[in-house]
Design a protein around this ligand. Structure first.
Ligand code: ATP
Length: 296
């Protein structure tokens, strides 16, 4: 009799899990759809041949709505293996640059080129395989830590996982968990802090090993210790890659090869940290403000 009662419950549990899994799959699908919604491969699209991963914005105009231009004739190059950081007031168009590079949207004028190839002329799969993004807010799958990191490269070995977790400064944390790599994250398992989530994203990107890296820095302030760990992990991730840093705070940009100050969709200033401070213009003002603890 008890068994009779138990059976339907068991079936209910089974169905419930089935629905949950279907919902998870749907989330993943929406993520993909969000990527593909705006643009399509050209009929004659070729795979991108990424060598060093030089990024070039050539006279780029862009508007989400034609009545309101966001980027205006933007010209800059990130030479292969270099790091360029983009700073500027909120709404200046910084994150938009990464969306154009990843081809979430197409430019309305000019071109975005990788190693001399227009991103509109190559297949989106090959373009996205060449670019790793560490976003502001990492969305994790409701699955194990292993799944969330290995997602960067299916078929990765445990040794690969250990290596990238260590480089991303999250290895010790994972190993300290009772279930280790098999710990579930998300609503049914461990809730990760913003800093931990970001390190999972860094580990995932290191595993993917792309020639180009976009770091969309978190706006939210992290404590100094976490911030330093993340900086170290990001520094390692950027080594040997062409890196575009979208900086919402200035602490990460000091070591960039070039800093671009974007204001209302145009380059207001550009140069190294030292050169821009010496220039005593917009960047120097932002820097002074941040030293006083005001978010920029
Ligand atoms: P923040 O430092 O606040 O993140 P940002 O410099 O990165 O700012 P962007 O996200 O590039 O700014 O946005 C530039 C402008 O484009 C903003 O005014 C924003 O409102 C607008 N914008 C961004 N995304 C869209 C969108 N999907 N549709 C319409 N307008 C958008």
């Amino acid at each position: 009799y008890l068994l009779q009662l138990y059976q339907p419950l068991n079936i209910f549990g089974f169905v419930y899990r089935g629905i949950k899994e279907a919902l998870n799959e749907m989330e993943r699908m929406f993520e993909l759809l969000a990527v593909n919604r705006e643009v399509e491969d050209a009929p004659d699209a070729r795979p991108l041949t990424a060598k060093g991963g030089e990024i070039r914005f050539e006279g780029v105009d862009f508007a989400y709505d034609s009545r309101r231009p966001i980027l205006k004739g933007l010209d800059f190059t990130v030479p292969a293996g270099h790091t360029v950081a983009v700073v500027g007031p909120t709404g200046a168009g910084k994150s938009t640059l990464s969306r154009l590079l990843y081809r979430f949207y197409d430019v309305t004028g000019g071109a975005v080129l990788i190693d001399g190839q227009d991103v509109r002329a190559v297949t989106q799969d090959s373009l996205r395989a060449a670019i790793g993004i560490v976003p502001q807010d990492t969305v994790l799958f409701n699955d194990t830590i292993r799944y969330n990191i290995a997602y960067g490269r299916p078929g990765a070995t445990q040794a690969d996982l250990d290596r990238v977790a260590e480089a991303a400064q999250i290895g010790d944390f994972i190993n300290s968990l009772p279930d280790g790599w098999d710990t579930l994250v998300g609503e049914r398992g461990l809730k990760l802090s913003g800093g931990e989530k970001q390190r999972v994203a860094i580990a995932r990107t290191l595993l993917k090993n792309p020639p180009i890296l976009i770091l969309d820095e978190a706006t939210s302030a992290l404590d100094t210790h976490t911030e330093r760990e993340i900086q170290a992990a990001l520094g390692l991730a950027a080594r040997g890659r062409t890196t575009l840093v979208i900086a919402h705070r200035l602490s990460t940009v000091v070591d960039a090869d070039e800093i671009i100050v974007l204001e209302a969709g145009r380059i207001a200033e550009r140069g190294s940290h030292a050169a821009l401070l010496a220039q005593d213009g917009a960047y120097a003002a932002l820097w002074a403000k941040q030293q006083e603890g005001v978010a920029v």
